[in-house]
Design a protein around this ligand. Structure first.
Ligand code: NAP
Length: 413
């Protein structure tokens, strides 16, 4: 049996999970990989912080990243610190020191992933990040291996557990956005500052990575025109339900010829769509591809053990490459010049809701359905162009608030 020596940066939720799984699954890992993994050094920010993991006796705990990054015996660095600049610096240093790198850092990957991947390739080391999208669901490896030979036309994800938990709670428990967010924070499903999760930023970051794997095109998350879930109302949820839909925060990338249409935001999704059944902190990714047709991958999108399991699968792959003298292949080697376009510019159907009235507004739209409740009115439009939507919104009295949401998979490309 061969030995591979690891350095771990960060011993929080994910780093702690990595240590636990390396211990709990040691026998299976050795049998399936024929590798004995030695965790030589672990870097943390606070040396005295109480931990709920016990490090192996010989493992050295340090608050000096350099001690881990510059140790010549360490062959693989596992980065689970988070942050952007510090992690970027550490990963770059590790690559220059000829160490393969595994990370779960989707924020960094979304803005600098392709550059780091090229750097790793040029230095003949592996750069793997299965845990960065949908936590425990092995979606990147499915896209880059099992579906590598298939032509993907659309990928749709529910890839933020916090937002999905909040929307599920608002739908099934009939609670407000604020109450659902507070409950999510109490249960540890939302951070004290939930901005990235509820505003769709985290979802956009992950869509950028998914798009690289599915379509060979990394997206700039800042150019995606993201909408969040903070303004979703009980009226929209009740109206959607009346029409046979639920509301989910979706990430969509859809390819037509050389164009890649993208969307990140809340949308209505039919009750009978498999994605509509994905509740709470669960994640799901639906793939439409030429050979396979529709396939859906669901599972835990976060958490210590699910995320750590994805890291360990990367670790097994990296170890294999080190032992075969075959490091430096890109995790995803599919590259394509596609033109990014916004799906919001394409004709589709919308749920339009107006507040402060339960009366039908004056408009020329041929509503597919109407519903009114306590102080609100909602209508479901047929497929209309973006210009028609804008004129429709302008036709409502200036005094009334109006909101709209697209209906998933009604876009006519
Ligand atoms: N949590 C999840 O379920 C999940 C899922 C998928 C991806 N991710 C990603 O995984 C990464 C880690 O997330 P997490 O939830 O595990 O974070 P976390 O619980 O906050 O842990 C961060 C760890 O990094 C350490 N750290 C911070 N600054 C450091 C420094 N300057 N030097 C050395 N160590 C430092 C901290 O040390 P101390 O403990 O001493 O403070 C802590 O152990 C993030 O990129 C996140 O986006 C997380």
């Amino acid at each position: 049996m061969q030995t591979i020596t690891i350095g771990l940066l960060g011993l929080g939720t994910v780093g702690g999970g990595v240590v636990k799984l390396l211990q709990e699954h040691a026998a299976k890992i050795e049998q399936t990989t024929n590798v004995h993994f030695v965790l030589k050094r672990v870097a943390v920010a606070h040396l005295d912080k109480p931990r709920n993991v016990t490090l192996p006796d010989d493992t050295i705990l340090t608050d000096q990243l350099d001690e881990v990054l510059n140790d010549p015996e360490i062959q693989v660095i596992v980065e689970t610190m988070g942050t952007i600049n510090l992690a970027r610096q550490a990963i770059t240093q590790a690559i220059y020191n000829h160490k393969s790198v595994i990370t779960a850092n989707k924020d960094l990957l979304a803005i600098d992933g392709p550059r780091l991947a090229q750097l790793a390739k040029s230095r003949h080391v592996d750069f793997l990040y299965e845990a960065s999208v949908a936590g425990g669901i092995p979606i990147l490896r499915v896209l880059s291996s099992s579906l590598a030979t298939d032509q993907i036309s659309q990928i749709t994800g529910i890839i933020n557990g916090t937002a999905n938990y909040i929307l599920s709670a608002m739908t099934s428990n009939n609670v407000s956005y604020d109450k659902a967010l507070m409950n999510a924070q109490k249960k540890g499903y939302a951070e004290a500052n939930p901005t990235n999760d509820v505003k769709g930023i985290d979802t956009a970051n992950k869509l950028s990575i998914l798009s690289q794997f599915a379509f060979g095109k990394a997206l700039d998350p800042n150019k995606l025109g993201i909408r969040g879930i903070e303004n979703i109302t009980a009226a929209q949820l009740a109206s959607a339900n009346h029409f046979g839909y639920t509301i989910k925060l979706l990430a969509i990338a859809k390819r037509l010829a050389n164009k890649l249409y993208t969307f990140v935001g809340p949308a209505l999704i039919a009750h009978n769509d498999p994605l509509a059944q994905v509740d709470g902190v669960q994640n799901a990714v639906a793939v439409e591809s030429n050979a396979l047709g529709s396939s859906v991958y669901t599972g835990p999108g976060a958490g210590a053990k699910p995320t750590a399991n994805s890291i360990l699968s990367d670790l097994a792959a990296a170890a294999n490459d080190i032992l075969d003298y075959d490091c430096g292949s890109e995790f995803n080697n599919y590259h394509n010049e596609l033109e990014p376009c916004s799906l919001t510019t394409v004709p589709q159907s919308y749920l339009v809701t107006t507040y402060g009235t339960s009366a039908k507004p004056n408009s020329t739209v041929n509503w597919q359905g109407e519903f009114s409740g306590n102080n609100y009115w909602s209508g479901l439009t047929p497929v209309i162009s973006h210009q028609e939507l804008e004129s429709l919104l302008k036709s409502f009295p200036k005094s009334s608030a109006v909101s709209y949401l697209p209906v998933y998979n009604t876009a006519k490309l």
